[in-house]
Ligand binder design. Structure first.
Ligand SMILES: [Zn+2]
Length: 383
């Protein structure tokens, strides 16, 4: 893989909440799939892309996806939802549990086998180039500490949403969370009302007892807990706090505003929670970024961090921030045609989904003008 320079960038939204903007004009040099340099001066590379003054931000990490195998969801009998999400700026997805597998096994051996198989399968296959972190163990009664040790040694590092399997009582989950964390696994916990038949309601007190890594969809998946309870979860734990597209929009707004006002945006992450009963939502992450930016008065560059750098930090990933040595998973974005905003930042802050001009994963162009967003005003030029 050769070198590539993206030149004439008008603004970089870095994804890092500690320093979310680099003003242009700026160039990014990519070598061997990684960001090699970011700077003002011209960069020599084998190939170049003229960004024409547009904005570059990291590709989105969807913190809450429910894949099964390949680019097919049995939940809505739909093909190519991951490819559609790529056209919504998503370059990686974290599984919150392969819960939609038809006939999903619920015994300890079966649930372990599913986690291992999904991890192995998505490690080998990147649908549409998207990095899918699959194999999120669904907690079932009968799992013992040795199971967590064995799975962690085999490369499984996620525990799917607690509440999806037969382990529902917080006290029972608490012990398994300890085992999972002991072996380095990241633990997700469903928060809120029962999502679909077979899952369960998880309250604020359940989260306080279980102490997962991520309090999933604190704005409901899709039914939210009352706002004072959600605020207790934020105040009484150090979990990453997730809000999702397929949740309660009023709760998302209240949670976003509370975290902004209390300087806690570094803990907030955005997921889609799709495929789900709500459907397949290719623009779900961008919609949440816009929504949180426009309605909570959060600058666009900070809102972008909620689906990029914050998620990188919560899960320990090698991408999500535009900085040297991160994977070159990037979006080139602009104001959509007809927007009241004249660049991506202004468009996002007035609630418009930006136009995606290009998406790269590991420095490789995966799509040019998105088929799902409105078209960007400007277009890139390859050289
Ligand atoms: Zn859930």
């Amino acid at each position: 893989m050769g070198s590539l320079a993206i030149k004439n960038i008008g603004m970089v939204m870095t994804g890092d909440i500690q320093g979310p903007v680099i003003d242009g004009p700026v160039s990014i040099l990519i070598e061997n799939g990684k960001i090699k340099a970011i700077g003002k001066e011209g960069m020599d590379a084998e190939r170049s892309i003229d960004a024409k003054g547009m904005t570059v931000c990291p590709g989105f990490i969807d913190s809450h996806s429910h894949p099964v195998f390949g680019d097919f969801t049995p939940r809505q009998n739909q093909l190519n939802f991951i490819d559609s999400s790529l056209h919504g700026g998503v370059t990686s997805m974290i599984s919150a549990g392969e819960v939609h597998l038809p006939g999903r096994p619920t015994d300890p051996k079966g649930t372990k086998a599913l986690a291992l198989l999904a991890q192995r399968s998505f490690a080998k296959l990147r649908p549409a180039g998207v990095k899918v972190y699959g194999g999120a163990l669904i907690l079932e009664k009968g799992l013992v500490e040795a199971d967590f040790k064995e799975l962690a040694e085999d490369g499984v590092w996620l525990v799917g949403e607690i509440g999806l399997g037969s382990v529902k009582a917080a006290n029972e989950a608490k012990e398994m969370v300890k085992w999972a964390k002991k072996y380095g696994m990241k633990v997700l916990m469903h928060v809120g009302g029962t999502s679909v038949p077979g899952s369960s309601t998880v309250t604020c007190d359940d989260v306080l007892i279980a102490q997962p890594t991520v309090a999933c969809h604190l704005n409901g998946g899709p039914t939210s807990i009352p706002i004072p309870e959600a605020i207790r979860v934020i105040e009484k734990t150090d979990c990453a706090i997730e809000i999702v597209h397929c949740g309660n929009p009023l709760s998302a707004f209240e949670i976003g505003r509370f975290m902004k006002n209390n300087n806690l945006l570094g803990r907030l992450i955005i997921g889609n929670d799709a495929p789900s009963g709500t459907g397949v939502i290719p623009l779900g992450i961008w919609r949440m970024v816009n929504y949180i930016s426009a309605l909570c008065g959060i600058p666009a560059e900070a809102a972008v961090c909620l689906a990029t750098g914050n998620t990188k930090k919560a899960f320990g990933l090698s991408h999500g921030i535009v900085r040297v040595d991160d994977d070159a998973d990037l979006q080139i974005i602009d104001a959509p045609m007809g927007s009241a905003g004249n660049d991506a930042k202004a468009a996002i802050e007035c609630g418009d989904i930006p136009g995606i001009a290009m998406v790269l994963i590991d420095g490789v162009v995966k799509t040019q003008v998105s088929r799902n967003t409105p078209p960007p005003v400007r277009k890139t030029v390859a050289g």
